[in-house]
Design a protein around this ligand. Sequence first.
Ligand SMILES: *Cc1c(COP(=O)(O)O)cnc(C)c1O
Length: 365
Amino acid sequence: MDIMPNNLKRQYELHAAEYEAKALEVLRSGWYVLGKEVAAFEEEFAAYLGGGYCVGLASGLDALWIAFKVLGIGQGDEVIVASNAYIACVMGITMAGATPVFVEPDEYNNLDPGKIEQAVTEKTRAILPVHLYGQACDMDVVMDVAARHGLLVVEDCAQSHGATWKGKATGTFGQVGCFSFYPTKNCGAFGDAGAVVVQSEELAQKFRVFRNYGSSKQYHFDVVGANSRLDEIQAGLLRVRLAHLRDFNAEREAIATRYLQELNQPALQLPSLRQGAQSVWHQFVIHSQKRDALREYLTKQGIGTIIHYPIPPHLSRAYAYLGYKPGDFSVAERFAGEVLSLPIYNGMTEQEQTRVIKAINAFEG
Ligand SMILES: *Cc1c(COP(=O)(O)O)cnc(C)c1O
């Protein structure tokens, strides 16, 4: 594969000297878990989003399940989530003991705003909007439904670092914004890392306690927590990454804009943005009835693509116990057969993108 769907090495090489200097600084500091790099990153990341309190955790999945735990959502409670979301979104709900209730996506690949309210029952406690592929969900409708039914909102921003809905950052609408810094994400670490962003110091403190075995003071345990601490080295490297995030997101937007302008293949539908929503183009996802043939054709030309995701969560073997069958969420099932993520990464050259565009436009589907 000479053009990869994602190219982490290229991204590292853009600022290699800065990452290396920071890694050495942390190694030589003698302090490796929850220290000054974590505290500085938390402050800088919250400021980047326009306010609130950030608490670093070990992964995006931890951010989700710990959010539900801290909010007191669990056994017997229902959480509304899009039927085409990533499996981690659903696992975040079930690890807390709660039950996912699926709502179909619309043409923007996010929760269909017209279908959220129908899914509310007596047991619903929260809505989990997932800002998929980098595009913000319609947060007006999510917040309105939540307010009218007394529901909490936990946002999954693993793919939407910096994306906004009507100018306000994703992750700052609900009670908790959950972030992953897995290496492929827009703001990626060099290993696993995650965080939550909340709007009150009191709630932030609950996460700080939970991530460290439930202890507020050394060897005093207030709640049954977890070990979900963020490493100093990852936090330090994330600070370097965050300092370039606006540029990284702008570069992704330029790549997406060029795809939108120059792809003219009738066998595919290009992504579009909802009025009011902005995308940070975590993925550039097209839909095509000839997806599999297109993908095979591109692979033969050395162009890598990914399917996000081939099996919707309700049909995943892991969730067989929920009792769903094919046809239950037909939009998500159709999307699973149509979506294809084209190469998009920081450091992608103009020539590389030209090759992808020419190859796709020449496809005789
Ligand atoms: C990556 C991702 C997660 C999980 O994050 P990890 O850090 O891998 O645990 C959750 N939700 C979405 C939408 C993701 O893309």
